[in-house]
Structure formats: structure tokens, C-alpha cells
Design a binder for this molecule. Structure first.
Ligand code: URA
Length: 198
């Protein structure tokens, strides 16, 4: 595999269609010892332009919900199944997912997060290795071996789903709340809030 210093892929030409469609490789963002790792599908137009995952409308939905549950974007890690924008925002192909898998596994291994939150169908199916009815299964925690190590994966709907279908807002909110609980974060009882009383 191409080298991945600091979890950044700086050069990769494995997926010809993605090499053509991308402006840049979009690496994960956030601390390398974060307790929570969010995994999306792949960069969209905004991410491709800015070089960071979830910076468009989906990113705003995610950021707002993180804040509500006491998780700040700056304290979590956010990455994608594929690091290059697919043309016309199509889903990544099986080959593309496979080509990028090693980078994701390396990131998971280095981070060793308490929980991995899969945002949408593509990352859920990619990491769980089965078909997932994401709306029905959102909020479900599943143990899965990734590169031989047991990992906790929390299924979540993609934040964009809440933009198309308002009824998904609650499902999304509940799953993010669960992620915060699993990472042992409680907005109302965080260290800062407790200290406020003194
Ligand atoms: N959707 C994703 O799945 N990932 C991003 O980075 C942005 C939107």
C-alpha cells in the first residue's frame, strides 16, 4: 500500500475513474486518539473542493447533532470509505471500496476507537459485511472483527437522509445520542458542566 504517514494518503492511483473525477484526496480529520470514529461513504463536491470530510450540508447536520449531544467535531474523527469523489456523486463501486479499504483499516487500527459510527448504507454494509436496512437498524450496535480485532459498530442513517425525509431526524438524533453514551460523553454532566457548580 502507498504510505500513510499521519493517516494521510498523499498519493494513490488505484481507481482510474476516481483519479479522473477528484480534485484531491480527502483524508480523515480529527484527533488520532478520538473515542468516536464516524465513517461516511465518500467525498461530495464540497469535500472534494475543501479537502475535508462532511463540510457541506450533511456536515452541518452532523455538526449540529454532535453539539447537541456534547460531542464536538474537533474531538471526534471523521472519515470516509473512499477518499476520492466518485463522478456524479454515484456510490463507490465494490472495487473502489476494496481499493480504499486498507487505508480505512489502518485508520481504525491506529485510532482504536470505542465506537465506529457508520453514516448510511454504504459504510454500514462495507464494515459489517452484510446487507443493512439502515433506517430500520439505525441505533443498533454490532460487534464485528476488522482485521482480526473486535470492533463496536453503531449503525446510523446518513445525515443527508434527514434533509430529504424529516421523519429521519429523530432516527439520526437517537443514533448520535447513543454514540455519545458509548463514548461516555454526557453533555449535562461533562467535566466542564460539573466544574460550573464550583
Ligand atoms: N457524504 C459522505 O458520505 N461523506 C462526506 O464526506 C460528505 C458527504
Amino acid at each position: 500500500m502507498e504510505s500513510m504517514d499521519d493517516l494521510r494518503v498523499t498519493e494513490c492511483t488505484r481507481c482510474p475513474a476516481l483519479v479522473d473525477s477528484r480534485s484531491r484526496i480527502v483524508n480523515g480529520t480529527g484527533p488520532e486518539d478520538a473515542d468516536v470514529l464516524f465513517v461516511g461513504e465518500g467525498p461530495g463536491a464540497n469535500e472534494d473542493e475543501q479537502g475535508e470530510p462532511f463540510v457541506g450540508r450533511s456536515g452541518s447536520v452532523l455538526d449540529d447533532q454532535l453539539r447537541i449531544v456534547g460531542l464536538e467535531r474537533a474531538n471526534v474523527r471523521i472519515t470516509n470509505c473512499v477518499r476520492c469523489r466518485p463522478p456524479e456523486n454515484r456510490d463507490p463501486t465494490t472495487d473502489e471500496l476494496e481499493n480504499c479499504r486498507g487505508y480505512l483499516e489502518c485508520e481504525i487500527d491506529r485510532l482504536d476507537p470505542d465506537v465506529i459510527v457508520t453514516l448510511g448504507k454504504v459504510p454500514s454494509e462495507h464494515l459489517l459485511g452484510r446487507s443493512v436496512a439502515v433506517t430500520k437498524e439505525a441505533g443498533t450496535l454490532e460487534d464485528v472483527r476488522i482485521e482480526g480485532t473486535p470492533r463496536r459498530v453503531l449503525i446510523c442513517v446518513h445525515p443527508a437522509a434527514t434533509l430529504y425525509d424529516r421523519s429521519q431526524e429523530e432516527t439520526f438524533a437517537a443514533a448520535i445520542e447513543r454514540a455519545a453514551e458509548l463514548a461516555d460523553v454526557d453533555g449535562s454532566e461533562s467535566g466542564q458542566s460539573r466544574l460550573d457548580g464550583f
